[in-house]
Design a binder for this molecule. Structure first.
Ligand code: COA
Length: 258
């Protein structure tokens, strides 16, 4: 158990609130495990009709904990690793998933949004897919899902230039439904969840399954990404990027060419 994820029930809504604000809600293995367990339990809990993922402290998440990356513990191709369990649970979740993005949403903070069915982001949100900056590659089947949602050029720009973008750009790109005033994302996502939770649950489940299609393709892509990601984690460029972040300096990739 970790208190870095708050699990709250509001009637038929489950709220999973990332709660490690001193580290911008960076995700640790314990947090991935708590999220995976809550999502998995919700599948068979008839009382839960929708789940909202949000963050405490005016922040969604700064992505995977880079100290764990540096220690080689952040990502794993092991199916039982907490991050793998979380991504799989997210990918196959049969009930409505909503997200409330406030502040930073980085790395998996963006890629998890492609598995959500409704995303609210607040003014001032700062989103980024920084994988290449860290010597890494996209994960969570985002290399498949993002271009499908945004088209290739926008996905390539967001993934290969890896710059920050705001909620309106994310909405124009197709993976944010609504932009709210600062501080309003969670309440808006819960209000949306209440609407969908009041619908006939079997019709909702069947509709989501039809819209999402066969999960096998997404799971296969996740596995492929996971293999490449794990190999890159040990690369000189990734090690330089992790050290630079932890030492609060600019990385120097001039000496890391293969
Ligand atoms: N992993 C580990 N620690 C992280 C983190 C992460 N992904 N993101 C932030 N933190 C930590 C910082 O190291 C800092 O810790 P400290 O107070 O012990 O020094 C604390 O959270 C606050 O972060 P800070 O960088 O001081 O805040 P900021 O407002 O200036 O910047 C971010 C916030 C999120 C933009 C910046 O921290 C950042 O770029 N983080 C890395 C994001 C990333 O690349 N994630 C990996 C995704 S694959």
């Amino acid at each position: 158990m970790t208190d870095h994820v708050q699990i709250e029930r509001r009637g038929p809504i489950q709220i999973l609130r990332l709660n490690r604000p001193d580290k911008k809600n960076a995700l640790s293995p314990a947090m991935y495990a708590a999220l995976a367990d809550a999502l998995t339990a919700a599948v068979t809990d008839a009382g839960i009709r929708a789940t909202v993922i949000s963050g405490a402290g005016g922040c969604f998440t700064a992505g995977n904990d880079i100290a764990d990356f540096a220690a080689g513990a952040g990502k794993s191709t092991d199916e039982e690793a907490p991050v793998s369990r979380f991504l799989k649970a997210l990918c196959v979740h049969p009930k409505p998933l909503l997200a409330a993005v406030e502040g930073v949403a980085i790395g998996v903070g963006v890629t998890m949004l492609f598995h959500c069915d409704f995303v609210v982001a607040a003014e001032g949100a700062k989103l980024q897919c920084p994988f290449v900056n860290l010597g890494l590659v996209p994960e969570a089947a985002s290399s498949l899902l993002m271009p499908r949602i945004t088209g290739h050029q926008i996905a390539a720009e967001m993934m290969m230039f890896a710059e920050r973008f705001g909620p309106h750009e994310a909405k124009a790109a197709g993976f944010v439904n609504r932009v709210t005033p600062l501080g309003g994302a969670e309440a808006a996502a819960i209000a949306a969840a209440e609407i969908v939770a009041a619908k006939p649950p079997e019709a909702i489940r069947l509709t989501k399954a039809l819209l999402r299609g066969d999960p096998a393709e997404r799971l296969a892509r996740m596995e492929e990404e996971g293999r490449i990601f794990a190999a890159q984690m040990g690369s000189a460029e990734a090690r330089e990027a992790f050290s630079a972040f932890l030492e609060k300096r600019t990385p120097d990739f001039t000496k890391t060419a293969a």
